[in-house]
Write a protein that binds this ligand. Structure first.
Ligand code: FAD
Length: 448
């Protein structure tokens, strides 16, 4: 150990890197972490956290409207984007401070600069300083993809969207994955005209079809426009600074903001992987084994850069498993089965386990139970918007293989229900549970 400057050098202080750094240091390892942007990484700085705050902020538009049906008389209301933006970013600063304190308290040395791999046990910092380590952990995350078309530079990505000066009157969102649908909901609620543009003919590929169809239907009814089978041709800036977005086979669309949400690629550019001959796959993801180890024995990788499941809790678990296994003498592996996830659209969706389609492929004829209902809150508010819950059940064993839902608070409800799916409980055990009335979640134990 004494031959190296550090026992562990972590590249990237995001979800995976921070967890691995602090846990390894708590086991007594001498740890350093390099971060070229801000401590906390994508989730804290320009991902999950500020996004969720914008979701909360935008929801007041409907809540204030509904309030009248609940007897409230409100004075004139107005919305100030800059207030929301600045309050959100102030809280992001606070959380970044907490993450920095955690690293400091665990005596992790922080280099606030870019790091490049220059050998199997060597990292070179942007300052030119070379540092050696017994182990290197790559936790550099992913980076938003931008289409390669003329004028693409006039659009922005999730990296910039949290800092825009003004709320755009017209937004075009490229992509139809979870980030696209979340920002469609945010901008629409805040008063922008939103058009979602996608290359394929559907939204949210991979999610349960019935649930994503419901989101599509509700979004359309609210006034969000969707343009499918539309590949980007070019983007032009007009004299008045607005954009003209040209799509193959469609009329150009005018917009004040173009947001790309077409995917995130592993962030490996300029990382120096070839200096240590670290293997990557065809998508540029670092190839690791079940213990997060690359083909180079001293180099590990966790999180989005490995392109397994691009979610914060997964990156955190991978970072924890790495540190426990390599420094804590407590080897264990991440279990990727039944990872719950959500789309914080309006209304939100959430799911865990097999979709109906996946269950059909694996088990032929799963039992499907659905509850299609109008939440009490919407009834009194005079809103037609309906929720949909679905249980996917094994045809022979009665085990609940998946739960998928779209409803207010779906992510909050699903986190608890995911425990039951992870535990392998049966539909009969769901039915044995007495309903908690009146709630939306009670539908989970009342499906016939
Ligand atoms: P990151 O958190 O991205 O951290 C990587 C860090 O490495 C970055 O800080 C980067 O600056 C740094 N870095 C990169 N290269 C270098 C280098 N050479 N030298 C020094 N530093 C470097 N996930 C959820 O679970 N729930 C959500 O609701 C959710 N919402 C999201 C919303 C948006 C808009 C986005 C973009 C992502 C969202 N995610 C969400 C995904 C989540 O943010 C990622 O899965 C998670 O951050 C991955 O963690 P990580 O440690 O792999 O990488």
């Amino acid at each position: 150990m004494a031959d190296y400057d550090f026992d562990l050098f972590v590249i990237g202080a995001g979800s995976g890197g921070v967890r691995a750094s602090r846990v390894a240091a708590a086991y007594g390892a001498k740890v350093a972490v390099a971060e070229e942007h801000r401590i906390g990484g994508t989730c804290v700085i320009r991902g999950c956290v500020p996004k969720k705050m914008l979701v909360y902020g935008s929801h007041f538009a409907e809540d204030l409207h509904d309030a009248a049906r609940y007897g409230w008389t409100l004075g004139e209301t107005s919305f100030d984007w800059k207030v929301l933006r600045d309050n959100v970013n102030a809280d992001v600063d606070r959380i970044e401070g907490l993450y920095t304190n955690t690293l400091d308290n665990n005596k992790v040395e922080i280099f606030k600069e870019r790091a490049t791999i220059t050998g199997a046990n060597e990292v070179t910092l942007a300052s030119g300083r070379k540092v050696t380590a017994k182990f290197i952990l790559i936790a550099t995350g992913a980076w938003p993809v931008v289409p390669k078309v003329p004028g693409a530079e006039f659009g922005i990505t999730s990296n910039e969207v949290f800092y825009i000066d003004d709320l755009p009157k017209r937004v075009v969102i490229a992509g139809a994955g979870y980030i696209a649908n979340e920002f469609a909901g945010i901008f629409h609620a805040l008063g922008s005209k939103v058009t979602v543009v996608n290359r394929s003919d559907q939204i949210l590929r991979g999610y349960d079809e019935q649930i994503r169809d419901r989101l599509f239907q509700i979004s359309t009814q609210k006034g969000i426009e969707f343009v499918f089978n539309a590949a980007f041709e070019k983007v032009e800036k007009q004299a008045d600074d607005s954009l003209s977005i040209h799509l193959e086979g469609h009329d150009p669309i005018g917009a004040d903001l173009l947001l790309y949400a077409i995917g995130r690629s592993p962030k490996i550019e300029g990382l120096g992987l070839d200096h240590a001959a670290v293997d990557i796959d065809e998508k540029g993801a670092i190839i690791v084994d079940e213990d997060n180890r690359t083909n180079v024995p001293s180099i590990y990788a966790v999180g989005d850069v490995t392109n397994r499941v691009q979610l914060t809790p997964v990156a955190i678990r991978e970072g924890q498993a790495f540190a426990d296994s390599v420094f804590g003498n407590k080897p264990h592996r991440v279990d990727y089965a039944n990872i719950p996830s959500a789309v914080f659209s309006n209304p939100p969706m959430a799911g865990v386990g097999l979709t109906e389609k996946q269950a059909r492929e694996q088990f032929g004829a799963p039992k499907i139970f659905t509850s299609d209902f109008r939440p009490m809150r919407n009834v009194l508010a005079g809103k037609a918007e309906r929720s949909l819950y679905k249980l996917v059940v094994h045809p022979d064993t009665d085990v609940v293989l998946g739960i998928h839902m779209i409803s207010p608070d779906a992510p909050e409800i699903l986190q608890a229900a995911a425990i039951a799916v992870k535990a392998g409980l049966t539909k009969a055990q769901f039915d044995d549970t007495v309903a908690l009335h009146p709630s939306m979640a009670e539908e989970l134990v009342l499906m016939k």
